[in-house]
Design a protein. Sequence first.
Length: 251
Amino acid sequence: MRRGERQFSAATAARRRQTTRPVAKAAKRPAKRSIDEGVAAEPLTEQAFRAIEEAIVTLKLKPGAVLSEQALSASTGFGRTPIREALQRLARQGLVTILPRKGILVADLNPRNQLLLMEVRREIERLLSRAGAERATPEQRTELEGIARGMDAAAASNDDISFMRLDREMNALMLDAAHNEYAARSAKLFQGLARRYWYMHYRVAADLPLCARLHAAQARAIAKGNPAAAAAASDKLMDYVETFTRTTVSV
């Protein structure tokens, strides 16, 4: 097992034990869900994807690292089939490159490409925000309000890991709430890449509390069903992200 794979194996195994509790216990909880309560019902492939994606985004698996299905299966506790399917999904999102009969390569970071990514991300995020405000279900609006509160807490505590997990949950929820599969497909191509780039540079170039508050404002605007306010909140967040990106790239 390679060093990068060992670094997140214990945490992944612990999280997997937590998410495989009996469903009967979960049924006793209040109807209002926290961010993590739905994980136990997810397929193993989704759980494996979350574990590996988080390790890549948070640089536990570093750019250029060579992985293998066998070692990832041993380090995470998931079977080879969920690992293989998760890696295929990660490859479609540009986070890994699958080299037949050689292994899996964690994709390198290309700083200049982040500015090209921002051009696309700004338009897609605005569309998703506006559509979500118009089309989100009552349950989705409640979940967005919960994410907004979580982002406020992450801002107050300067908690980077909580912020990253909430950001991932918010991204997924925005895709569902917009009810536009074409926009969703486009967004999935850059979300993981954007989070990884942010994680690599935020300690020296980002204001995490401000970024978390901007995410909270976007989530609340969508939840309240105001398309114009949601689009404006998205633009404000993208303005900040673009400024952050430009400070990390020599142009």
